[in-house]
Design a protein around this ligand. Sequence first.
Ligand code: BES
Ligand code: MN
Ligand code: ZN
Length: 472
Amino acid sequence: MKASESPSANADLVLFTAKDQFTTRPFRASEFDGELGSSALYHAEDRLEIHIGLGQQESLSGHSYRLAAAHAARKATAAGSTEIALDISETEEFVSEIAEGLLMGFYRFDQFRSDTPEQSLKKVTLVGPKKTLKSTRAQIARGIAIGSSISYCRELGNLPGNEIYPEKLALEARQIAESDVVKCKIWNLAGLKREHFGGIVAVGAGSANEPRLIRLDYNSGSRGVPTVAVVGKAITFDSGGLCIKPGEHMDEMKFDKMGGCAVLGVLRAVLSLKTRANVIGILAAAENMTGSSAYRPGDILRSYDGKTIEVANTDAEGRIVLADALGYVREKVKPDLVIDLATLTGACVVALGEERAGLFSKDETISQLLCSVGDQIGEKVWPLPVGDEFDEMITSKVADVRNLGSTRWGGASTAASFLLKWTDGLKHVHLDIAGPAMSSKERFYRSEGASGFGVNLVVRFIEKWAESFQNL
Ligand code: BES
Ligand code: MN
Ligand code: ZN
């Protein structure tokens, strides 16, 4: 993606049109009226024009441009454009969203296909006036940083269990830490056992692919900035363990690592954005399988902070690995805030559908800020309850806590209340992303498969939270 004052001669043109701008020539209103999600192609003499609807003028926001840009990217790809140009002189304040949207729309998981077309897009030129180009360039760079981190998260997420497992996620983390401002620490199986990460060790025990705990530290280099820990569930494949899942849709459980992939995406983004906050990423990575040393229903585990867990169901493994990670964060990191992202429960998808993540927290201010950031950028979250009524459901007769509720009702809240037992005294938000982490079909900026949900939300949330930290 390049900023320039004029497009090259053979670039196809992308043109945005709002719904009430009566300039939809060369089309009739019945063909193209600028509705959001609509588009039309016009073969001009020398180039193709790709007209994209923005929706109603009065409701235009940055997000309208993100959507429209993603749509443009899809249409250009489908039309076989190798070069496109987009005039941003009227929309300079939204260039970051436009860059993000273009990248999101171009993303495709095709590295394993032999038949990918040669003819693909090679160059995007954003055309604007000369005088404002410098600040505009910075905004474009910002959009590229976020957009490419979303694509990175999607690509890792779409890789299947035979291609990516805990050790590979650790290698990805090491690559991010090649920069001086990010440090990386990895616990292998021996290290996990030595330091008593009893939950991660148990969940990973049934797989030939050993578990890992991964820590990445981004240091902003500025004084007086707050520290946030971002923790991700990274189950590279969830078969359910001995409480095995039904075969139908089991393939989708390669997406059970999306919380962890989002954490890697966040670290990659804050590094290139030079975010003014210290960000510590933690991935609890394991593969939940059924091997002969797999953990069993009835087992009693000791987690990192010493609390014991009765395993009622080996398929409720996410909360077990997160208990270790959150206990570690509370004892060793002591951040100003911890956010965890996890594809934790099917119950959350039943409650909120496939587009919204469940938000669980006892902190009103943080919850509200996350909700409003999510609404702005189209990564929506919705608050669900935690607390005493659910704590009752996870009491155990033989251990400190049980990994399954006493009834099947309120499953997303019992899982969240389980996690909260490991974050006592910390500001903590849990995001259950089981719904929006993956998409069964392509829609606007969502590609089919891993969505990258959480990267943009957490990055923008951290920026806003850190800015106002003194006042919170
Ligand atoms: N990874 C699943 C949750 C999930 C389900 C994510 C569907 C995405 C789509 C999790 O580990 C799990 O299996 N949860 C169980 C919990 C139950 C055993 C208490 C569930 O939701 O059924
Ligand atoms: Mn499971
Ligand atoms: Zn799982």
